[in-house]
Every structure is written in C-alpha cells, then in structure tokens.
Design a binder for this molecule. Sequence first.
Ligand code: SF4
Length: 460
Amino acid sequence: MTDFKAENWRSNSRPANYWHNAGEKIQCDLCPRHCELKPGQKGFCQVRGNVEGEMHTFNYGISVQATIENIETEAVNHYRPGSKILSMGNVGCMMACSYCQNWQTSQVKFLNDKNVHHYTPQDVIDLAIENGIEIISWTYNDPVVWQEFVVDTSRLAHANGIKTLYKSALYIEEEPLKELIEVIDIFSVSLKGMDPEMYKKQTKGELQPVLDRIKLIGQTDRHLEISQLVVTDLNDDGEDAAKTAIWMKENLGTHIPLHLVAYHPAFRYTKERTSIETLLKLREIVLEIGLEYCYLGNVYADNVSNTNCKSCNEKLVQRFGLSVEVKAIDNNGNCSNCGTKTPIIEPKMGVSKKIEVPNFQPKRSLTFDWKKEAVNSLHIIVDDKHKDAFLRIERLPVGEVEFLKITAGLERLILSKSNAQELLLSVQIDIDVELDFLPVLDRAHFPVKNASTSSDKYLN
Ligand code: SF4
C-alpha cells in the first residue's frame, strides 16, 4: 500500500461505498482483498483509499478513451451478434496478473496522463446516443474498482433504453455484485484457470470467490458467458480446460458459452503466444465433457467460432475474428432451416443500418497493411479536437465500401480484418484532422500511446 499526500487530493476523490471501520483503520469490502487502510493510505488497486477516516474512490469518471468496438470484442457471442458497443475502461485494478494485456493502464504506476480522460455519466450516455450505440461496455482494466461510476452510469443507461455489459475477472464481494446485477444486462467473466495456487501466484487474486460470484450470476436471468485466457505453460495442458468445463456443467448448465482465448506475451510474462493447435485441442476436451458452445478467441481463421444449430447443424452465425454474419436465424430467434430455438438473444438487433454518404470528400487518408504489421485489429485514432465526421472504409483487394460516423468527443474505433484474403485497409476521413492507427494485439487489449512512467496526477 502506498502513502499519498493530503495536499494532492483532487476533485476526483469522493466518498465510496462498501467499507467499514476496523479500529484505527478502515476496511474495504468491495473486493475479497479487504485492504485495511490507515488515514492517507491507498489500497492495492491504488484507486481507493482512506481519506480522513472515510473510504474514498479516486477514479470516478476517469477512463481511457471511450472506443467504439463490437460486442464480440468482449467474448460475447450469444447476445445481439455484431452489435456496436461503447467500451469504457477505467484505470487501476484489484488484481495484478503477471501477463496483464493492459498493464500500462491497469497498474497505476505505469499510467501516462495522455491516456486518461474524464467523463460524467451523462457524457457516456450522450456519446452512446450520438453514435447510435445501444450497449455500453465496462471493460479493459477491471471495472470492479470503478463500482460507483459503473452503477451510476448503468442506471442512467437503462433510463435511456441502453443495455450494459460488464467484462470482468469478477474478483468482487457478494453485496457489490448484487448491486451490479440490478443494472447490468450482460456479464462476460474472465475465469483465469481452475488452480487456486496459480490464481494466487500469477494474478494476486483467489479462485473460490470468483467461482462463487459466477454461480450467483448463473442463478439470475442475466446473460452470462465465460472466457479463459489460455496462457502458455500456465493453464494450457488441458487440465484447466477440463476442470472449467466440468465446473460449468455442474454449476451453470451446458448452455453457457466458454471462450478459449489466445494470449500474447505481455507485462512480466513473455512465453510464446498460444498456438491455434493448442486451442483446438482444448476445445475438443471441453466439447467432449458436454459444454454445447466453445469458441476460440483472438484467432482469425474460418470455422473456429461459428454457431451451428444443435438439431440440424445449420450454420446460424458465421464469424471470422470480430466480423459476424447472422446467416440462418428467423425473426423469432429460431433456426431458419429446422425451426429449433437458437441460443442467440435478439439476433437481429446487432445489425447496423448501412450509412450512405453520396458526396463524401476525403480530407485525410491512411492505409494499413495487415501482413506487414502482423496483427488483425487496430484502433483508428481521430485527433480529439474534431467535429462530427464520416469515415470511408475500404477493404482491399476485394470488399464493400463502408461509411462510419464518429461524433465530436469520440476519438477511437476498432476495425479488424474481415476475411483471410484481406490484405489492406484504407481509411479516409472528411475533415482535416490527424488520423492514426494503433495495432490491437488481442481483443481485450487497449493500445496506448506514450506508455511510460507513473503519473498520480489524476488519482490523488
Ligand atoms: S477494491 Fe481496492 S482497496 Fe478495496 S479491497 Fe480491493 S484492492 Fe483493496
């Protein structure tokens, strides 16, 4: 725990929920770590602390840049496939995974001011509405340590007819989770493995509370999907996949999807990337145990993440990386071929209406070479001081031209390779501002510019 100076407390410090007095200290009851803090101390997450005997949150409304992504980015395949989401990621985390894919923003000591933005709940809702987005996602660095902002904004989202998605490692106490269940529609839980020792050593968390909280969500009507990052030499020998599948079957049922996700070397863990052969082998194990839906994540290949009908094997949803096509589901959610009920919730709600911009006049353009950069997704960055703009996206050598709108206040959106033949992505914009690309190494990854040393400026 780090001491911090009272004179540095800033306007972001505000009273937090979920704590109690513990003698001379206070104890945090938000996550199972239960930090006990003297006045002036911050917790393990660095974004909550004891301010004159009261628990405060320091990151209310503090986020990395809001980004337009796809629901599949969040390991959610059975809810409105292809939906655009507004991804919001805070700073700080209650865990410290050795292989963290977002360590430059989850671990506060590595944070750079340039990656920090301030939002009010109304700002987030306005961005979603102005950009025609119907799902807000709490993601990247774990939203557990953003509880107050997540709950306030999610309530406002529901009041405006917007759905909410919570992507988390779920190392959280039961009471705050119950509060979330009231305001979150879709939970995507990252279960790191099934070995308690691995959890302690590699994530600085604990397994059992995570399993207990997943069970709690499983008892509600909230949408739930589970993902597991398959990390080379940590949980890739088949034992964790088997234990995970057995536990899910016994505690959640066979209908909940499991996503096996390729890891890339990051932070303090530098073993090689997970191979597709390993993922395919683990998927066989999972399916043999009896889970009905097992998808591969961070893999850009055909036939690794489609959803097929359980009765007639018709291809219901075709996926390639983050690109999705709903193929054979009728308006009632049934298989168009045999009429069997599919597992997909609101299958037609995610399909965006095509925008036509007949007199598009490009002012700036950039081209991205997928092969040269050896990635499959990227964030397009539009300089932050811009007005509403249209982007023209062309995929080469073959592909439909697509127009996207990005409103003032939004700087980022994700684009990914849409098929194995695609070589180049050409992006044009109709206003005169800087355009840039940042490679996205994997789907939960939030790429940052200027990652460098610590800044406590926004957190004191
Ligand atoms: S939320 Fe932060 S302060 Fe609270 S117990 Fe967890 S790590 Fe400690």
